[in-house]
Design a protein around this ligand. Sequence first.
Ligand code: BYC
Length: 335
Amino acid sequence: MYTQSLDTAPALKAMPAPADAAQAGLQTRFDTKLDTSQKIEPQDWMPEAYRKTLIRQISQHAHSEIIGMQPEGNWISRAPSLKRKAILLAKVQDEAGHGLYLYSAAETLGVSRDQLLDGLHTGKAKYSSIFNYPTLTWADVGVIGWLVDGAAIMNQVPICRCSYGPYARAMIRICKEESFHQRQGFESLMVQMGGTAEQRTMVQDAVNRWWWPVLAMFGPPDANSPNTAQGMRWGIKRISNDELRQKFVDATVPQTKVLGVTLPDPDLKWNEDRQCHDYGAIDWDDFWAVVGGNGPCNKERLATRVKAHEEGQWVRDAALAYADKQKARALKEAA
Ligand code: BYC
């Protein structure tokens, strides 16, 4: 269901040709690579706008992984069993790992880790809207795995074929891990749905609260998405926001039947002509308020991250001091 067969091949078009002939040659080589599905690598020439777009997207993606540790992280100490605690710990650690691969991929574009982190900590850089909603009960942790990671896989599998090599390669491992995250969420919810009436109510309540923010997570409608057209021409983005959202709805509806939950959308129904589901209107005002910093948890998420960074200064200092010591020892031994 969540596979690379979702991928499509949009027509790739060149940027306007650069002024001088040498640059034009570089542009032609870049275009040829895109047209023949070869990867662009860090040492290759690339248009400045392509580089900036990648830095924007990859860094926002990295920030989302790092901020995304918080909503679930605050349930580690309250997980209902040792097994669930071990699974949740592993999942949250995976998200940290994803953030680190992605920061490394962004660094290959000539931006430093400090610059990237500064963008997050000062609120200049975006991260996914979805992580600004609270996790009120244990069922929220299962729903995040099932729906948020499910949406993440839908969005991220096509990025495994992104034109920029380091990003595409990082995404392969990330998607494998996200797939485990999605399944553990679904399995946790299955167990809760087999429990008491109170547990079933708790799961349904969590589904009701997360469904609409998850649909909005795919980004604005294509008609209001300023970056999609160029992102697709460059082979960074392979499938549009609306197409991915539709695929996600169609994949999720049968899963609700297995789980025994309903989706909070009276307009959700199968459309025989379109061979997919119709669904109700998304509240885009709410989405833009959250993206603009005014969601239920934006301030708390950012403050927690900045505090963790400041409190981790001694770890970075110690690691640098140790690296310097190792280097000095190696030089002494070589002398
Ligand atoms: N939240 O023209 P558009 C995860 C912004 S990690 C906030 O469509 P684009 C997980 C967008 O940035 C999930 N902002 O943009 C982690 C743009 O603003 P700027 C993160 C959003 O780039 C831990 C403006 O709206 N996934 O799942 O073509 C635990 C116009 O949008 C959002 C990624 O980052 C949003 N939801 O498409 C569990 C994947 N949506 O930058 C799970 C990689 C849009 O021009 N990123 N905006 O100021 C992408 O695929 C694309 O960047 C997006 C947006 C689909 C997100």
